[in-house]
Design a protein around this ligand. Structure first.
Ligand code: ZN
Length: 185
């Protein structure tokens, strides 16, 4: 089951019910980051967040022009949501997050467009897992209609031979369409 939130705005909220209040159960520092176990006060679900100490600030410029500090946590949660229940190798998601973050910080810029980050995620997921890629794309690109999403699925199906080894086959585009259709708001 998936609960998509606005990718760059609401991932501090409970990933299950969207509740804004969570109690910190446990907090520990590791390797330039703080890991916190949280319990949602709304639905009682426990989840983990990581706050990263970053070398310098990078601001994300959103489509409407607003800026907010880059959050590794939001990036990670967005990717994790898309990859939920996918049979990915251990550490694959962390590695993708790490790569994207490095790319952003190494560029040395203080601002980056949210669309650029979205493209990096899409590029990474496309290599990793087609289903996760389609899930992310369907939210991030906010496909205007199901026809566009179907085209994307079909174009991936055509290039199935280019898929990474061990990647599961794509579902038919009808399956994706009906699944996505149910989730539209
Ligand atoms: Zn909750």
């Amino acid at each position: 089951m998936f609960f998509y939130h606005n990718l760059w705005e609401q991932f501090m909220n409970c990933p299950y019910c969207g509740g804004a209040e969570a109690r910190v159960m446990d907090s520990r520092g590791l390797d330039g980051a703080v890991r916190r176990r949280r319990k949602c006060l709304g639905c009682g679900t426990r989840f983990t967040t990581y706050e990263r100490i970053q070398p310098h600030e990078v601001f994300v410029v959103k489509k409407d022009g607003r800026r907010e500090e880059f959050s590794r946590e939001k990036l990670s949660l967005g990717i994790r949501k898309a990859c939920e229940k996918r049979p990915l190798p251990t550490g694959a998601i962390d590695k993708l997050v790490e790569n994207i973050e490095s790319e952003l910080f190494e560029a040395g810029r203080s601002e980056v467009a949210s669309s650029h980050i979205g493209d990096l995620v899409m590029g990474g997921l496309k290599q990793l897992d087609h289903i996760a890629y389609i899930r992310f794309a369907s939210v991030y690109r906010r496909f205007a209609d199901i026809g566009v999403l179907k085209q994307e699925v079909d174009s991936l199906a055509v290039r199935r031979d280019l898929a990474p080894r061990n990647q599961l086959p794509l579902p038919s585009s009808e399956t994706v369409a009906s699944r996505t259709g149910r989730k539209r708001r």
